[in-house]
Ligand binder design. Sequence first.
Ligand SMILES: O=c1[nH]c(=O)c2[nH]c(=O)[nH]c2[nH]1
Length: 297
Amino acid sequence: MGQNQYGKAENRVVRIVRDGATHHIKDLNVSVALSGDMDEVHYSGSNANVLPTDTTKNTVFAFAKEHGIASAERFGIHLARHFVTSQEPIHRARVRVEEYAWERIGTAGEGGHSFVRRGQETRLAQITYDGQEWEVVSGLKDLTVLNSTDSEFRGYAKDAYTTLEETRDRVLATSVFGRWRFNWTDDAQEMPDWETSYEETRQHLLQAFAETYSRSLQQTMYRMGARIIDHRGEIDEVRFSLPNSHHFLVDLKPFGLENDTADGAVYFAADRPYGLIEATVLRDGCEARIPADLTHP
Ligand SMILES: O=c1[nH]c(=O)c2[nH]c(=O)[nH]c2[nH]1
């Protein structure tokens, strides 16, 4: 018997808090994975150590009511602690959360109960607890960004199969899948403010994307990670997976039209294949722990 885990995946929990006529919404997709003393479950079929996945599902919904959802991370911490400390055979809990953002329609008060889904990105959080140490990895996916200039790609290695033309002015676009690991690992440490941390980290990432004069997506990506490490002391590791969403200049010569970047051009936005540029950026002295090929949930 090798590594094994079980739990209920993708519990879609929506919590509404009423503050008079102004309502607040948290919309999560929560996946629980438990592991521990489970060999017999697989060998003999004894379920004595198995807390049903149905129970883990119920716990997610009950905790949303009992404890509220201050943040995806806080909620995941509550759940992981509960499973590991209340069930002797469970030695480790991993809670993955996707959070969907809602934006108020109109002002709080009159339109205080009307929301429109904010489609920019999905927020991610993964909380792992083994009874002693915490690991919190937060992040986001599907945050699509584009620079319409200040991006070049030239001076690269060439061989017999190279046809790509060098460019000093291209569109740089990607859909950010980023994760970052916190150095909060112990209950004795002061917990970060998860909501502020998320908003600020997201902002640093966007700012670095916008402000970097790019010689490659690799360089831009490194700047995004380095800016987070420089400004957010609670984060030790950032991992990015960035598709290079190629925008090719269309050849319009057959129609007697020049299609030149300098005075605004027409591009073909190709969806595949795409370059896939990935890296981990680390604080000095820290080790990489976010698996390179981790996907969600
Ligand atoms: O930013 C880029 N990095 C690459 O490694 C690469 N390769 C390529 O064909 N275009 C690009 N662009």
